[in-house]
Design a protein around this ligand. Structure first.
Ligand code: TYM
Length: 328
């Protein structure tokens, strides 16, 4: 069977940040160039976004933004199926089936739930937030994905998808492919401006669509220590380096590391250099983004839906038969 590679991103903010980009989507794009025979699935995780975002206008607006960004960063829609799971009933159907095969204790151990819990009161969290990983497993298992490129924070969720696939296969016979998370160590957790993990909810991110002025302001905000200009600096402990290296070629990176270690590099200069590289990297993405219309991405989704629907429908029909839902 053809190898399948699948991932998705949530439309929970005005745009994507460079943590999403370097952690998940760029590794996905890289695979489209190296895995010539594989099939690629990239979706809009709007059913996941709905855990946080209940205003229809905003959800729709953010969804269109993500889809346009997919194209602007170089996803080839002729090579990658881009789709909207909310319009494919099998996602919700499999979510239901897997929910009933998953015990509460498993969900209570999930980071998504624990993180949400840390921010608010348990009784006020939605059930959708609690069983978020179940829907994620449905997204993955419906398509028999082999590889799921994600950041480190999603590892546990993909592991749950593996466990529930194995459990189902044991109980009802071979049905689902057991997926593997694909986490590139170098970019598993992209650092934010304050040194914590880059995240929309920490508001410590650099956005793919940030304009020059915003980029400069944010780069200036990157937290540094109190080392003097003369002192040698360990690049691996420096937030400016960690963020800046994402935009460098391997040769530029080697030269930068030497500069940090040698001493004589001020954080001001390090930040100016990082800003330049970042701006040059993001400018063509932003230019392309602004040239894409809403109609273009809506049309693109419509083109793929029937093919995706067919794959998902086939799988859920098999599941329904195996568990005894289908009576004929
Ligand atoms: P989302 O939108 O929160 O994150 C999208 C992807 O970005 C990665 N990511 C990071 N990687 C490295 N460093 C960071 N600072 C960083 N911040 C975010 C995330 O790990 C993720 O890969 N639950 C998924 C969406 C989803 C999904 C799926 C993914 C729903 N169903 C099925 C794969 C397969 C999520 O976290 O979205």
């Amino acid at each position: 069977m053809t190898k399948r590679i699948l991932t998705g991103l949530k439309p929970t903010g005005e745009q994507l940040h460079i943590g999403n980009y370097f952690g998940a989507i760029k590794p996905f794009i890289d695979l489209t160039h190296t895995e010539k025979d594989a099939e690629f699935f990239l979706f809009l995780a709007n059913m996941h976004g709905f855990t946080q975002l209940h205003d229809p206008k905003t959800l729709k607006e953010y969804s269109l933004t993500i889809l346009k960004l997919y194209l602007a960063i170089g996803i080839n829609p002729n090579k990658v199926f881009i789709y909207n799971p909310a319009e494919i009933p099998a996602h919700a159907q499999l979510n239901r089936v897997l929910s009933c095969l998953t015990i509460m204790g498993t969900m209570e151990r999930m980071h998504s739930y624990k993180d949400a819990l840390a921010k608010g009161k348990a009784g006020e969290l939605s059930v959708g937030t609690f069983n978020y990983p179940v829907l994620m497993a449905a997204d993955i298992l419906l398509y028999d994905a082999d590889l799921v490129p994600v950041g480190q924070d999603q590892k546990q969720h993909v592991e749950y998808a593996r466990d529930i696939a194995e459990k189902f296969n044991r109980q009802y016979g071979e049905t689902f492919k057991v997926p593997h998370p694909l986490i590139n160590r170098e970019v598993a957790t992209i650092t934010g401006l304050d040194g914590r993990k880059m995240s929309k909810s920490y508001n410590n991110y650099i956005g793919l669509l940030d304009d020059e002025k915003t980029l400069l302001k944010k780069v200036k905000q990157i937290a540094t220590d109190t080392k003097t200009v003369e002192e040698s600096k360990n690049p691996d402990e420096c937030n400016v380096y960690k963020i800046g290296k994402l935009f460098l070629t391997p040769e530029e990176d080697q030269a930068r590391r030497k500069k940090y270690l040698a001493g004589g590099l001020s954080y001001k200069e390090a930040k100016e250099y990082t800003f330049e590289k970042m701006r040059n990297y993001l400018a063509p993405i932003q230019k392309k983004y602004h040239a894409i219309s809403d109609e273009e991405v809506i049309h693109m989704l419509a083109k793929n839906t029937s093919h995706i629907q067919e794959i998902a429908q086939k799988k859920i029909t098999e599941v329904y038969k195996k568990i005894g839902f289908t009576l004929s």
